[in-house]
Design a protein around this ligand. Structure first.
Ligand SMILES: C[S@@+](CC[C@H](N)C(=O)[O-])C[C@H]1O[C@@H](n2cnc3c(N)ncnc32)[C@H](O)[C@@H]1O
Length: 236
């Protein structure tokens, strides 16, 4: 199989990329489709759909490993069979994401809410058919037992000023919303959690996510509060 194109996404690394689509609704991404596939023709009619499935490759998986049981971050350390999860580490590293279709352009599509890293190869686009694919009373297995306290996001005065400058440079992007929704999901690996307030473990609490063309530095003050400390972006 050959990718039909590659995604340009606001998430530049795996760290910080949401664990499922729709969790960061304002996440921006553009899929440019290969010119030889005649995108303008191939996309005709898609504009009538509000959501599409993306079928894609976990191309940043570093090691080809097979574990029949995995530890989903939401299970906080417990393990479960890989086929009962959406782990990237599968026999065939294929991803599936339901995203909102924002716009059809001549060379591709703009979508929001994607959980894909920048540069991800896309294998296919399929329209979402709610009358067939939406099953409101479906059983949701172990995921229905997972509960998490909400996380609040605050900005220091310094970070607020930088956010305003960064926003001026990117007037069409919802930067604050993307930052807040990304951090509310707690992007930290499970082993980094639980050390908040411990000065000797500040490397576990202070991190940065690359969003769009900026680096957003933040600190978990406690399990339910994260402070944005700094935003680095090119000022020229
Ligand atoms: C749990 S997977 C779910 C993906 C998809 N919704 C699915 O169910 O197949 C989402 C995670 O995959 C990782 N990811 C996203 N794009 C990737 C890529 N191109 N290569 C490897 N990992 C990726 C990110 O860490 C993201 O949080």
């Amino acid at each position: 199989m050959e990718p039909i194109g590659f995604i340009e996404s606001c998430f530049k690394d795996k760290f910080g990329t949401p664990r499922q689509p729709g969790l960061v609704k304002s996440a921006w991404a553009k899929l440019r489709i290969r010119a030889d596939l005649q995108p303008a023709e191939a996309l005709q009619g898609l504009e009538g759909f509000s959501h599409v499935w993306l079928v894609w490759v976990f191309h940043q998986n570093k090691v080809a490993r097979y574990h029949a049981k995995v530890h989903p971050p939401r299970m906080g350390g417990k393990s479960i069979g890989l086929f009962a999860t959406r782990t990237p580490h599968r026999p065939n590293p294929i991803g599936l994401s339901l995203v909102e279709l924002v716009k059809v352009e001549a060379d591709g599509i703009i979508v929001s809410g994607a959980d894909l890293v920048d540069g991800t190869p896309i294998l296919d686009i399929k329209p979402y058919l709610p009358e067939i694919e939406s099953i409101p009373d479906a059983k949701t297995g172990w995921t229905s037992q997972v509960q998490k306290d909400p996380i609040q996001v605050e900005f220091t005065e310094h970070a607020s000023k930088l956010l305003a400058q960064w926003q001026q440079r990117n007037p069409d992007k919802k930067l604050k919303e993307v930052i807040e929704d990304t951090l509310k999901l707690d992007p930290r690996p499970v082993v980094y959690r639980g050390y908040e307030g411990n000065d000797g473990a500040s490397y576990r609490n202070k991190h940065a996510v690359r969003l769009f063309d900026g680096d957003v530095h933040f600190e978990f003050v406690n399990a339910n509060l994260v402070t944005v400390l700094d935003i680095l972006f090119t000022h020229n």
